[in-house]
Design a protein around this ligand. Structure first.
Ligand code: DQQ
Length: 481
């Protein structure tokens, strides 16, 4: 039963059963946040992709909605309704998404048929772009004639702009820019690449490109099959002049997309947190894939990219289960707190210790545990070597650079079943998966080696469920297959 599955997240958006990948069509409509996502109703594996749908009024509690977009048997999206975006066009939401058919990828349009965004009418003009403009496009796989997919649309100076992800032969990943003067979204002019990468460094193909206006700068992020790279710079005349680049996340976070929340003057970004376990294990679980928590993305005073969990998430906190400022010297200390779904925050100072950190989802005998190791090299390593004894789950370490050791490490940690999402110094993020085999692998402990380390303002909260209206029995029955 899904309800008894201690790997299943309680507050990270996850499919009601079966498969989830990219977040799609994120839009705030009539006061409701809509999150669509790549969904395969046929099982917990990628396949003929539909659009799943979840809604929230407050980003705190969520409800499932019926499938929003289904491949049409004879349509250009016959083999899948792939990633795309939703945009408000003069009071009516439109979706631009990629139809997969045979060996081509075809830009398709659909219009909201109701205010709840549960029904979408596909355009008779589909596909709205009929050929791939880069010559010759990279032939990267056996299956596709060209990689040409995923859509990001915005309006600027009265003109609609659209990015589509691709790759150029002998070049690297690229984001192709189109424009349109018309609100009907069926007539697009190709302008050229807004940016292309170096094949070695930036990847051969870019998926899910998105350009965000962060006041003084523009942020382009792309998913290059391995990671999500960002490029921060100035945008003018259809091209991006880059002055900073990096990774949005150092773990299994992929294909993110953002929602413009005008009322609160912010961008909220969700990414897909990949399963990181074998297809067999996903099949046994009956579900696969989760979305990250919504992240607020903006720039700090120094013009660097800042990423913080949406403020609303604090409403999911239950009782504060622990608060203190322990100092440890060459020791290991259990915290009087257990949980599968919790938030932990602390300001950590590596005084003269060689290393310090904490263990989460730790079994009472300490045999299973996931370590967050903060080292002198300024790395934060998620050490999964003892996370599980299940050979079907990945135990590779995942790491990211954080601020130099002379400043405190400001850590916010979201543990949720198998999801571990880390925010360091409001800037560096790492999302990964852990699959402890034991249900009582739920302890938390701290350690410092070879010296002293301080954990200031350490607080832990048990987190509530984001799906209050879903009764456990319903989850299990509705999606048995
Ligand atoms: N996932 C979608 C594509 C996209 C990829 C297919 C990224 O549209 O390029 O499910 O994960």
């Amino acid at each position: 039963r899904l309800a008894d599955d201690h790997h299943r997240p309680r507050y990270h958006v996850s499919p009601p059963g079966n498969w989830l990948n990219d977040p799609n069509g994120l839009i705030e409509w009539n006061g409701t946040y809509h999150v669509f996502y790549q969904y395969n109703p046929a099982g917990p594996h990628h396949g003929t992709i539909h659009w799943g749908h979840a809604v929230s009024d407050d980003l705190v509690s969520w409800e499932d909605r019926p499938i929003a977009l289904t491949p049409s048997p004879n349509g250009p999206d016959r083999d899948g309704c792939w990633s795309g975006c939703a945009v408000d066009v003069d009071g009516t939401p439109q979706i631009l998404y990629t139809g997969g058919r045979d060996d081509v990828q075809l830009p398709c349009l659909a219009t909201a048929a109701d205010d709840e965004l549960t029904g979408w009418e596909k355009s008779p003009e589909n596909p709205v772009i009929r050929s791939v403009p880069v010559e010759p496009p990279l032939r990267s796989s056996e299956h596709w004639r060209a990689e040409f997919r995923d859509h990001n649309v915005w309006q600027e100076d009265g003109v609609w702009h659209q990015l589509i992800g691709s790759g150029i032969e002998d070049g690297g990943g690229t984001a192709l820019l189109y424009t349109s003067e018309d609100d009907d979204f069926t007539d697009w002019s190709y302008e050229g690449p807004i940016l292309s990468g170096e094949p070695e460094e930036d990847g051969m193909i870019w998926e899910c490109p998105e350009l965000l206006d962060l006041d003084e700068k523009r942020l382009l992020h792309v998913s290059n099959y391995e990671a999500v790279r960002y490029y921060l710079g100035e945008y003018a005349d259809g091209s991006l002049e880059v002055d900073r680049t990096g990774l949005l996340d150092h773990g299994a976070f992929y294909a993110p997309q953002s929602l413009r929340d005008d009322d609160n003057d912010r961008w909220l970004t969700w990414g897909w947190i990949k399963p990181d376990r074998s297809p067999e294990a996903q099949w046994d679980a009956g579900w696969s894939g989760s979305l990250s928590v919504p992240r607020r993305i903006d720039l700090d005073e120094a013009g660097r990219l800042r990423q913080r969990p949406a403020a609303e998430l604090t409403a999911l906190r239950g009782d504060r289960a622990y608060a203190g400022s322990p100092t440890l010297e060459d020791e290991h200390r259990e915290l009087p707190f257990t949980g599968h779904s919790f938030e932990l925050r602390a300001e950590i100072r590596l005084e003269d210790a060689a290393e310090c950190g904490l263990a989460v989802r730790r079994s009472p005998d300490g045999k299973e545990e996931t370590l967050l190791r903060y080292t002198r090299e300024s790395d934060l390593v998620v050490d999964r070597a003892a996370s599980t004894t299940d050979p079907r789950a990945s135990t590779d370490p995942v790491s990211m650079p954080v601020t130099p050791v002379d400043g405190p490490l400001s850590l916010r940690l979201f543990v949720d079943g198998s999801v571990l999402e880390v925010f360091a110094n409001e800037r560096h993020c790492l999302s990964t998966r852990i699959f402890p085999t034991r249900e009582d692998t739920d302890g938390v402990s701290l350690y410092a080696t070879d010296g002293l380390a301080a954990f200031e303002d350490l607080e832990c909260w048990t987190m509530g469920s984001a799906w209050p209206s879903v009764d456990d029995t319903n989850i299990a029955n509705a999606h048995d297959f």
